[in-house]
Design a protein around this ligand. Structure first.
Ligand SMILES: *Cc1c(COP(=O)(O)O)cnc(C)c1O
Length: 223
């Protein structure tokens, strides 16, 4: 087994374990491997190990990787902050956009073409620079997504705040998800949980984990 294989197996076991603890079927949890700053060769290795869902957080890098790996049957998840002027380009390769956080971005994603899956990102901090809509803006933003052609709302996405326990933060997202489902019953999915907090996320109902370093190892360059 390669180190990559070992780390992937360890995370898969951790996901299954947390799901069982939560009384959930591990099959309802999708693990997206976040490969920002990682080389194309690593994504090929992941694909050979059965990984299908790949996450990236910068448009140019994601676009180049998706083009270069078009021979593989990968689903690309855009998880980073998204500039409105790049929105149409991201639509072209992304299977899902996890970072819809403002009405102007929803307008930029409007399309008469096939719908792209998306999550509304909620900000769990008071710092607007962290991305995500404020919790009190959620309903309006969800209504906006529902009324915009070309977008299919899966649910909510969040990043746990630094310096506080992750589980209560994820519990808040679960409560917000109940509010969202009153407006959009199908939007029941939750994108939350990263390398250090995916177990807590699963316990609070996460359906899409975004895991980088626990699987890939350290990122090659800071950025
Ligand atoms: C980088 C990143 C991740 C993965 O982070 P790790 O700590 O490496 O697991 C998840 N979500 C987003 C939005 C990211 O930018």
């Amino acid at each position: 087994m390669s180190e990559l294989d070992e780390r992937l197996a360890a995370v898969r076991a951790g996901v299954a374990d947390a799901a069982h603890t939560a009384g959930r079927d591990p099959a309802e949890v999708t693990t997206i491997v976040v490969t920002k700053f990682q080389p194309i060769s690593l994504i090929r290795e992941l694909a050979a190990l059965g990984v299908r869902d790949i996450g990236e957080n910068r448009h140019q890098e994601a676009q180049a990787k998706a083009a270069e790996l078009a021979d593989l049957d990968l689903r690309w998840h855009f998880v980073g902050q998204l500039q409105s002027k790049k929105a149409r380009q991201v639509r072209a390769y992304a299977a899902a956009i996890h970072s819809v956080d403002r009405e102007s971005l929803v307008d930029a994603l409007r399309s008469d073409e096939a719908s792209v899956d998306c999550f509304v990102q909620v900000n769990l901090t008071d710092d607007p620079g962290r991305g995500g809509a404020a919790p009190d803006e959620l309903e309006a933003l969800v209504e906006k997504v529902l009324g915009t052609p070309g977008l299919s709302l899966l649910g909510l996405m969040a990043v746990a705040p630094l310096g506080e326990p992750a589980r209560p933060a994820f519990a808040r997202v679960r409560e917000m998800s109940d509010r969202v489902r009153a407006l959009a019953p199908a939007a029941r999915f939750l994108s939350m949980g990263m390398s250090h907090d995916y177990r807590e996320a699963i316990l609070e109902g996460a359906t899409h984990l975004r895991i980088g370093t626990a699987i890939t190892g350290n990122r090659p360059t800071a950025g």
